[in-house]
Ligand binder design. Structure first.
Ligand code: GAL
Length: 684
């Protein structure tokens, strides 16, 4: 088998982590929760189990600044020294998610207010408004002190900002002031421009000054959705600016320390990747919490087979480096039902994170708490502080396995050429989701499910997938899928065209480029922004009742659909790949394909019920392009990194994996049980 080292995709050695380490594994520890005389025992145990770093001070603002302007880092110094004694590096945190009570009482204006006017209070967490100048000032002052103290300390490897920083839909006065400032800047202080962009001639919504504008009410079904779009942009920006400022302060002092934050993979919120000062992204992921997104009777103990894969594929492309900051070691305390994970599942998740190319994995948390909101949350050790839990043992096993592989690890991008050749990008911009979601036209339409139909097919191919934003260079990818990309402009359409002319293979799907960036329909035939590119005009679109679906035929098979279907009028040299077989437009095209320049354009004008048509379209396209694909069943995924193949089995039955020629099993066996992992070496 031939190894491709660099073409076509990016992620290689970075300045923070070494390829030969494969991954570092760490555990959260909160010294402030435990008797000081237990710290040494706990950190020693952490080290003995195989952990290489720990994570401190995430929610400790009250201990770090017990009174306004009075700082105490002495206790943290002791904990850092003990971590160092046991060879544990430290990830330091900024603790802004938990302001001390003196702050909320002295400056109540910092408290978040929701759309209904409810004001949050001290006693939980994440109750302060990122828009509040007072909160920001005090947070930044505390962070600067912390950065001065630890920025030049080689025992600290990096920093995590805040905790799962969210996009706040904050209805407080300061958020409103911020929104008005944002609009003034965006529309150059000219209210006429805003009226034009928001289409306020409609329903007498015209404004005569920026001071008349309020925060849009999401709960009002008919709220001006152009305004909602701008508000969501503003809200995402506010979170990003809060993080950027924290990061800049730390970097004033930090020597050779990285800065990241631990995002929830909220693909729809629009803030991930927006904070450009961060060195890379990391995420938190919980797999088992009471639903059954898994496969079969036991699936609720294992979780959704693509949940970690998608997070990997979403976070990695942002900078090429990523880590996972929180991964559950067992039961959580906050799900609807909190079952035990299936034996082997914790290790399966660890390998799933690794398979995507991560540089570190940290578990939430080392000890199970004895008091507070998270009493029932599992740790690596249980309530006595010393007994290793089931999940703890699975971590131990994973870390042992990683250490065993290190001596034979090759560079990160050592991957087989046929795997690399399948690399596919999915273009994602949450603004499309925001826009469609306010005007779905069919309540059974689901933008995420639409994207997932393509993603699932690609993962069954054993294809590396990158979710990318428009900032990225499309030409690195042999195939670019652009699903339901509703908001576009001429510049973007031009880039798509250039990509195709130069040999790229573009897959555009229904609802793409039907509105401009403000969500307005251009004064032109419906959907015509991309007609020249696809070679299709849209005659009209139709939506059907879920109980009375229509069918689309492709290569003699029929597929059900109801959520969205465009009736296409292709120019004569387009190939028609699928047609509608019912309704008054029977026989008319739903999917077309054309060659253009050195590349191709496939247009899928319909969203089918179970995604099988989408899969068939991709099958046909990849066969045309001569890109060989695998056919892994749902639940089994495969990736390569560092000269290793990793196969993961989330399915409810064993899976037999045929090894590529010349490969050797390193971990597991070719018959992979439920929750099992196979790691093999790739022949050079
Ligand atoms: C995460 C959060 C952690 C912890 C964890 C419990 O969402 O970031 O601080 O609360 O949940 O599972």
């Amino acid at each position: 088998m031939c190894l491709a080292i660099s073409f076509p995709v990016i992620h290689g050695q970075n300045e923070w982590f070494k390829d030969k380490d494969l991954t570092l594994t760490g555990a959260y520890y909160y010294p402030e929760h435990w008797n000081e005389n237990e710290w040494e025992r706990d950190l020693k145990k952490m080290h003995e189990l195989g952990f290489e770093f720990t994570h401190f001070a995430e929610f400790a603002w009250a201990q770090l600044e017990p009174q306004e302007g009075v700082y105490d880092f002495s206790w943290l110094d002791k904990a850092v020294a003990l971590a160092d004694k046991y060879d544990l590096k430290v990830v330091m945190c900024t603790s802004t998610a938990t302001p001390p009570v003196w702050l909320s009482r002295k400056y109540p204006e910092i408290l978040l207010r929701d759309e209904q006017g409810n004001v949050m209070d001290h006693g939980a967490r994440q109750h302060a408004s990122f828009a509040s100048p007072t909160y920001r000032k005090l947070a930044f002052r505390m962070i600067e002190e912390l950065a001065k103290h630890y920025g030049n300390d080689s025992r600290i490897i990096g920093w995590q900002l805040d905790n799962e920083p969210a996009v706040q839909f904050d209805y407080g006065k300061e958020a409103l002031d911020g929104f008005r400032r944002f609009l003034r800047e965006k529309y150059q202080d000219d209210i006429r421009k805003l009226n034009e962009a928001w289409g306020t001639a409609f329903w007498s919504q015209t404004y005569s000054s920026f001071d008349e504008i309020n925060l849009p009410q999401f709960s009002l079904m008919f709220m001006n959705h152009h305004q909602v779009l701008d508000y969501r942009r503003f809200a995402a920006l506010q979170t990003n600016e809060f993080l950027d400022e924290q990061c800049r302060l730390i970097k004033k002092y930090a020597k050779n320390q990285w800065v990241t934050t631990n995002y929830i993979p909220d693909y729809d919120k629009g803030h991930i990747g927006g904070s450009k000062t961060l060195d890379f992204m990391s995420y938190t992921r919980y797999m088992v919490y009471g639903d059954n997104e898994g496969i079969g009777r036991r699936g609720f103990r294992i979780g959704n087979p693509l949940r970690i894969a998608m997070a990997n594929d979403f976070f990695r492309p942002v900078t090429g480096t990523y880590g996972v900051m929180e991964l559950q070691p067992g039961q959580v305390n906050w799900g609807s039902i909190n079952p035990q994970p299936y034996p082997g599942a914790v290790r399966l998740w660890l390998w799933s994170v690794f398979a995507g190319g991560s540089d570190f994995i940290c578990t939430y948390r080392f000890r199970q708490p004895l008091y507070g909101t998270e009493q029932y949350h599992y740790g690596i050790v249980g309530t006595d502080g010393v007994t290793v839990t089931l999940g703890g043992h699975e971590y131990e096993q994973f870390m042992r396995e990683i250490r065993g592989l290190r001596p034979v690890a090759r560079e990160r991008e050592a991957k087989p050429a046929d795997y690399v050749k399948r690399t596919t990008a999915i273009l994602w911009n949450p603004e499309n989701y925001w826009s469609i979601d306010r005007q779905k036209q069919n309540h059974t339409w689901d933008t995420f499910k639409h994207v997932d139909k393509y993603y699932r097919a690609l993962k069954s191919y054993g294809a590396p997938v990158d979710f990318i934003s428009e900032e990225k260079d499309f030409s690195r990818y042999p195939v670019l899928v652009v699903p339901a990309y509703q908001l576009a402009d001429e510049a973007l359409v031009k880039r798509w065209k250039e990509y195709v002319m130069e040999g790229g293979n573009l897959v555009l799907t229904c609802r793409t480029a039907q509105k401009d960036r403000m969500g307005r329909l251009p004064e032109a035939p419906f959907g015509s922004m991309i007609s020249e590119l696809t070679g299709d005009k849209i005659e009209f679109y139709d939506l059907l009742l879920p109980d009375l679906p229509g069918t689309v035929r492709m290569d003699d098979c029929d597929y059900n659909w109801n959520t969205w279907g465009e009736i296409l009028m292709p120019q004569s040299d387009n190939e028609v790949w699928a047609t509608y077989t019912q309704e008054f437009y029977e026989g008319k095209p739903a999917v077309t394909f054309r060659k253009l320049g050195k590349g191709t354009v496939t247009y899928v004008g319909v969203d089918t019920t179970d995604g099988t048509l989408e899969r068939k379209v991709l099958d046909k396209l990849y066969a045309r392009l001569g890109i060989s694909v695998m056919n892994l069943p749902y639940g089994v995924t495969m990736e390569y990194r560092n000269g290793f193949g990793i196969v993961l089995n989330y399915a409810d039955r064993p899976y037999h994996f045929e090894l590529p020629q010349g490969s050797k099993v390193l971990i597991g066996s070719q018959d992979i049980p439920t929750s099992g992992v196979l790691v093999f070496s790739v022949d050079e």
